[in-house]
Write a protein that binds this ligand. Structure first.
Ligand code: ADP
Ligand code: MG
Length: 877
């Protein structure tokens, strides 16, 4: 950033600039200069590039011209949003006095530091999600960490104690925080890890406890949590420099009270982001979101991030969904009312900031006026399940009435120029308005009477800002004007303008009334705003209740639309039975007719299902289907099946195979092993593990060896419910040696020489791998195919003789972190040597090899045509 050396022989303005800039070295300084915000020096060079602005210079004739660029003040928010979106900070530096009245340099101050985690001015689409600012302190004695987060727009404030780095990473990823505040207690290695996730790390050392924030931390006893909270509040204070009266009293939460999913799993299961498109479409959130309010949409994301663990709490939600599902008409009434409820949380936030205008208050009123109707719907439903919602629904009617009485229905954006307050609300205001209206009426009539008196039919009475009211007479008619009474005020080319003593007097009255009434209106407006401000906490509570109700109706809608059923939850049994289950998102995308439902049955004695079947048969879909069903159930939603009995899971781990990774271009064997390791280290007997084609990312024997030992380890040491899909047929033999493992397979049949996928899961192992059939489907030459079949049978018979080792499957000691780097991998050459024994033509080997590597999931039919064409050419050379 700019060098201090430049300060020498600078203009006073640049000296002032540099002094302010030095306080914000890591932010873009937007320096207000008249109608523009200017950037200088390095800020200007980088800013011009990021914002596509023209870079100019100040003092361009001097030896050291200063790079400069600027944005007009009325469009500044756009530019701030762009920079903050890209992860930068912007310090807004305003003129603190009127330049016309200032003596010497205009006083300037930074009035706000906008940062990625504190930006509240975001577009309407992003209002559907929270923007969380987080803070972290580490306690070197206990190794625990204090963690706090806030959404400055909505006022939500939470704190927690985190026990390890994993828990921290899971929290920051699931909150999708863009910025974390740390102090020197946080080790730099941890800061590096956080930075790698694309999160901005802001440092804040000094903490001054503000009197007003002591209220916020009242309920927090834990020391680590207190410190994280203070750090967070301090940072909010130094960046925002504005009232934050709407911050809610901090609430402590325990991450372990929820179904935990590490961030790999959240990502792999496409809960909120489609892996390929990064959009919401095609995700579980997309399926579940039939909410009508922004608050509901936001809370739904939180529910999705934190499914419940308590059976009572889950059933409480389920029972409410049941009532709403069973009462179609009441439900659709409820939806109609919810549509008109605006974002109460954000409105409350704007009231606290003082940035609320008349239109916001009308939105608030409209929203509150829906409450009696919503209460009415709930009363007609008359269901004990909904009692606690009904009881906690405080309609905050006093605020609605206050707004209704005072504010006009269609107020202007500005709150200082009048026309905001209703007639009849305040006697003094009515008087001023009368004076204004009468005066204007008098002036309108003046034109008529003056025309009559002078006989000048073109005489005009009008108004302009500089000269006020005037009488205008064209030059041709000047001679008709009597002497004396008319005082000339202005001369134009064709006309003269005059004033009279009466006109001046009236003008005085009108302008005075106008000025006073605007001032009075503003003070009446702030009076109403204060009434709202006093009700902020009630409004926030109401927002929560409305959001909850909104989600419950959304679940009811989804349950009806997609034929979901209420699952039976059990806390203590490990019995899992889903009859005719479906993957709700795949079903929605491909249509109900085409989807083949499947059972999943794992009795208390079954911990591992080993799933085999050809590529593209539906193994991955089957596994994800279970995970999504579990998540939906523990959110309190119904599930896609004919019936479902589910244990309550404490954690979900996934390792989704290389095949799927290739699509997103992220496949590395290391990631695969890291993800698997998470599960092996942290899963409990109450966890769910999905291992999809583990070992695929390395050489055959290497991968198979790892896959087998992982299965054995999970079977003998972890005991979590595990779905393990594999293309290693040999592994199906494990059923004989591992008592809690069952084989299932996804069926496929050959019909007229073609492979037909049934997507039907049956018990037992798949009988063969269908790779060669797929190659046949792709139209490969017959010679090649029969050669491949021959090699296969040779390899298979070889395998029969040195069958997989199932001997050593007794419990191993639970190891900590197996060092992946030390595992030997078989390289390409060794792999090829398998084939050289069979003395293949190298051309054929090359083709077979690339066929083996071909991942059908990641290519289009056209790609296949091109590849086959290439292979044919190669073979016929
Ligand atoms: P695998 O993991 O066995 O290679 P996938 O689970 O990726 O197979 O499924 C491949 C494709 O088959 C999916 O994209 C989907 O279109 C289809 N499919 C999977 N399961 C079903 C099902 N139960 N009913 C209908 N189509 C399915
Ligand atoms: Mg798959």
């Amino acid at each position: 950033m700019a060098k201090t050396a430049k300060v020498a022989n600078q203009t006073p303005m640049m000296v002032q600039y540099q002094k302010i800039k030095d306080q914000y070295p890591d932010a873009f300084l937007f320096y207000r200069l008249g109608d523009f915000y200017e950037m200088f020096n390095d800020d200007a060079i980088k800013g011009a590039q990021l914002l596509e602005l023209t870079l100019t210079t100040r003092n361009h004739k001097s030896d050291n011209p200063i790079p400069m660029c600027g944005v007009p003040h009325h469009a500044v928010q756009n530019y701030i949003d762009i920079l903050v979106d890209k992860g930068y900070k912007v310090a807004i530096c305003e003129q603190m006095e009127d330049p016309k009245l200032a003596k010497g340099m205009v006083k300037r101050e930074v009035i706000q530091l906008v940062t990625p985690g504190t930006n509240t001015e975001v577009g309407s689409e992003s209002a559907k999600s929270n923007n969380y600012l987080t803070a972290l302190v580490a306690n070197t004695d206990s190794h625990e960490m204090g963690f706090a987060y806030a959404d400055i727009a909505t006022g939500e404030l939470k704190v927690a104690t985190l026990i390890d780095v994993n828990e921290l990473l899971n929290e920051v990823v699931s909150l999708r925080t863009k910025e974390i505040v740390v102090n020197s207690t946080v080790p730099s290695t941890l800061i590096d890890q956080i930075t790698k996730l694309g999160i901005l790390v802001s440092h804040q050392e000094e903490i001054v406890i503000q009197a007003e924030s002591s209220y916020l931390s009242q309920d927090i006893d834990d020391d680590n949590q207190q410190q994280a909270l203070s750090l967070l509040l301090m940072y909010i204070n130094v960046t925002q420099k504005r009232s934050l009266a709407h911050l809610q009293r901090a609430e402590s939460y325990e991450p372990s009270r929820y179904l935990k999913m590490d961030h790999y799993s959240q990502y792999n299961l496409e809960l909120t982001h489609n892996i390929r498109t990064k959009k919401k479409s095609g995700t579980l959130l997309w399926l579940l979101d039939e909410t009508k309010t922004a608050m509901g949409a936001r809370l739904l994301k939180q529910w999705l991030d934190r499914p419940l663990l308590s059976k009572t709490a889950i059933e409480d939600r389920q029972n409410k969904v049941r009532v709403l599902l069973d009462h179609y008409f009441e439900r659709s009434n409820l939806q109609d009312e919810l549509v008109s409820v605006y974002d109460l949380e954000r409105l409350a936030g704007r009231v606290a900031f003082g940035s609320v205008n008349g239109r916001d208050l009308i939105q608030l009123k409209t929203s509150l006026q829906q409450m009696p109707k919503i209460i009415h719907v709930l009363e007609t439903l008359d269901a004990p399940e909904l009692d606690n919602i009904l009881k906690s629904l405080d309609p905050v009617e006093d605020v609605a009435t206050a707004i209704e009485n005072a504010i006009v229905d269609d107020p202007p954006l500005s709150v200082t120029e009048g026309n905001v307050i209703k007639d009849g609300y305040n006697a003094k205001l009515d008087e001023y308005r009368d004076a204004m209206r009468n005066g204007k009426q008098w002036i309108a009539e003046l034109q008529e009477s003056e025309r009559e008196a002078t006989g000048i039919s073109t005489l005009k009475v009008a108004y302009n800002r500089v000269f006020g009211y005037y009488i205008e007479v064209t030059k041709a008619n000047l001679n008709k004007l009597p002497e004396g009474r008319y005082k000339r005020t202005q001369t134009l080319t064709n006309a003269e303008r005059f004033s009279t003593p009466e006109l001046k007097e009236r003008e005085q009255l009108i302008l005075e009334a106008q000025e006073k009434s605007s001032a009075l209106e503003y003070s009446l407006f702030t009076g109403v705003r204060d009434i709202v401000k006093d009700a902020i906490q009630r409004l926030q509570k109401l927002a929560k209740v409305v959001a909850t109700l909104d989600i419950l109706q959304s679940f009811a809608v989804v349950s009806e639309d997609y034929r979901l059923v209420q699952p039976k939850m059990s806390e203590d049994s490990h019995d899992l039975e889903i009859v005719q289950g479906r993957h709700p998102v795949v079903e929605k995308v491909m249509g109900r007719q085409s989807y083949v439902p499947n059972d999943i049955h794992m009795d208390p004695k079954t911990s591992i299902l080993l799933i085999t079947g050809p590529n593209m048969s539906g193994k991955s879909t089957y596994m994800r289907q279970l995970a999504l069903t579990v998540i939906m159930a523990q959110m309190g939603c119904f599930v896609p099946a004919e019936s479902a009995k589910l244990p309550i899971f404490d954690q979900i781990f996934t390792r989704i195979g290389a095949a799927d990774d290739l699509i997103s271009g992220q496949s590395t064997f290391m990631v695969e092993m890291q993800e698997a390791n998470q599960a092996i280290l942290h899963a409990t007997p109450n966890s769910l593990i999905l291992f999809d084609e583990i070992g695929r990312g390395t050489a055959t024997y290497d991968g198979m060896a790892l896959a087998q030992s992982i299965i054995e380890y999970v079977h003998n040491n972890v005991h979590a419910k595990t779905l393990f899909s594999t293309h290693y047929h040999e592994l199906t033999a494990l059923e004989d040696s591992l008592s809690d493992l069952r084989n299932v397979h996804v069926g496929a049949v050959e019909k007229d020489g073609e492979l037909v996928f049934l997507h039907q899961v049956e018990s037992g192992p798949a009988d063969k791998s269908y790779g060669i059939h797929v190659a046949k489907l792709a139209g490969m030459p017959n010679d090649l195919l029969s050669r491949a079949a021959k090699i296969l049978s040779e390899l298979e018979s070889e395998n029969k003789t040195n069958n997989i080792s199932t001997v050593e499957s007794k419990p191993m000691a639970k190891v900590s972190e197996p060092d992946v780097a030390e595992v030997d991998t078989i390289n390409e050459d060794e792999q090829l040597s398998l084939f050289s024994e069979s003395q293949l033509d190298p051309k054929v080997t090359a083709v077979v090899d690339s066929l083996k590597k071909l991942n059908l999931m990641s290519v289009t039919p056209m790609d296949v045509m091109n590849l086959v064409n290439k292979w044919q050419q190669k073979l016929s050379k």
